[in-house]
Design a protein around this ligand. Structure first.
Ligand SMILES: Nc1ncnc2c1ncn2[C@@H]1O[C@H](COP(=O)(O)OP(=O)(O)OP(=O)(O)O)[C@@H](O)[C@H]1O
Length: 306
């Protein structure tokens, strides 16, 4: 699949502080890419550098396969970007977006109405200054969606949204991704909802990209444990060691075994125990959450894996 966004060893220093340290990300066409990192990890800096709003110190940004200045300028016009909600306080959502429609040179006069409907703000008449945080976020998301961009980059879009707003946002992103093939890059400091939405993740920590990984791969990695309850744990442990090379397991109490990295061998494990006269009370696979996976990765300091 083609990389629509690629950074190569992208580095950004603010005087002596290193905000981005040799970051190489790869966002492929049609993905919903979740950029996850704690406050101060470097998410906004990565976006600003990518969008040409902050100069890089070192490295390369490639958009739609082009890293030349003119290529990047053209690419930025095919991208929608949201960072914070900066609008005129004394104008309505419609008036604000109308201003940005003209600024972006989008000719279709119905475009504002279309994007306001997408974020369910088309009925709201009041001024931006009296909006809740969630409403402001919605207008900001609508702004990024104007003009049918090929890539939409959203910096912390779910901040300030209530649970219903978050669910609506997820459905909207998934719908546009499916129907229009829009590629999304969405950042967050919590995995939470992004865990349910993204098809691929980039984990960023202290300015470094510690891992880029497909959702499906994480799913496999996080389905690591087989929990077995048997009549005789000692005998079960003996059988495991006799039959599987370098098996890793722990014994919990007098009935339970937790076997690591063997989820693809559950049938073999069950048949081994039963044919050797053990009673099998339970055999289950257990998932570690993506959140746990990410926290472990950060605790370990992370491994570069791109
Ligand atoms: N204009 C600036 N001048 C100096 N340092 C900056 C500037 N902007 C960001 N930084 C520093 O760069 C690092 C990365 O900040 P950045 O805002 O990119 O993180 P973030 O992951 O987006 O965090 P948050 O979710 O809090 O916005 C931080 O240490 C921050 O203090």
């Amino acid at each position: 699949m083609e990389n629509l966004i690629e950074t190569i060893d992208l580095t950004k220093r603010y005087s002596k502080a290193v905000a981005l340290d040799s970051v190489s990300i790869h966002v492929r066409q049609g993905e919903i890419y979740g950029l996850i990192g704690k406050n101060g990890a470097g998410k906004s800096t990565l976006f600003k550098t990518m969008m040409g709003l902050a100069p890089k110190s070192f490295g390369e940004v490639k958009l739609f396969g082009d890293s030349s200045n003119s290529g990047l300028n053209t690419a930025h016009q095919r991208m929608g970007f949201m960072m914070g909600a900066h609008f005129f306080p004394y104008l309505s959502a419609r008036e604000n977006l109308e201003y940005f429609r003209k600024l972006k040179g989008i000719p279709d006069k119905n475009e504002v109405e279309r994007v306001l409907k997408l974020v369910e703000m088309d009925k709201v008449k009041k001024k931006f200054k009296s909006f809740s945080m969630g409403m402001k976020q919605r207008v900001s998301i609508a702004n990024a969606l104007m003009g049918y961009p090929d890539i939409v980059v959203l910096d912390e879009p779910i901040n300030g949204l209530d649970p219903q707003g978050i669910a609506d946002f997820r459905h909207l992103v998934q719908k546009l991704n499916k129907e229009n093939m829009t590629t999304f890059v969405v950042s967050s400091h919590i995995l939470g909802e992004l865990g349910m939405m993204a098809t691929r993740f980039g984990f960023i920590h202290n300015g470094q990209l510690i891992e880029e990984i497909d959702r499906e791969v994480i799913r496999n990695k996080t389905k690591e444990q087989v929990i077995v309850k048997v009549s005789d744990v000692e005998k079960a442990a003996y059988l495991l060691e006799e039959n599987f090379e370098s098996i890793e397991y722990t014994i919990n109490g007098d009935k339970e075994l937790v076997i690591l990295k063997m989820t693809d061998r559950t049938a073999d494990i069950a048949s081994l125990f039963v044919t050797n006269g053990l009673s099998l009370f339970k055999l289950d696979t257990q998932e570690i959450s993506i959140e746990d996976y990410y926290l472990n990765l950060i605790a370990e300091g992370g491994v570069k894996n791109v």
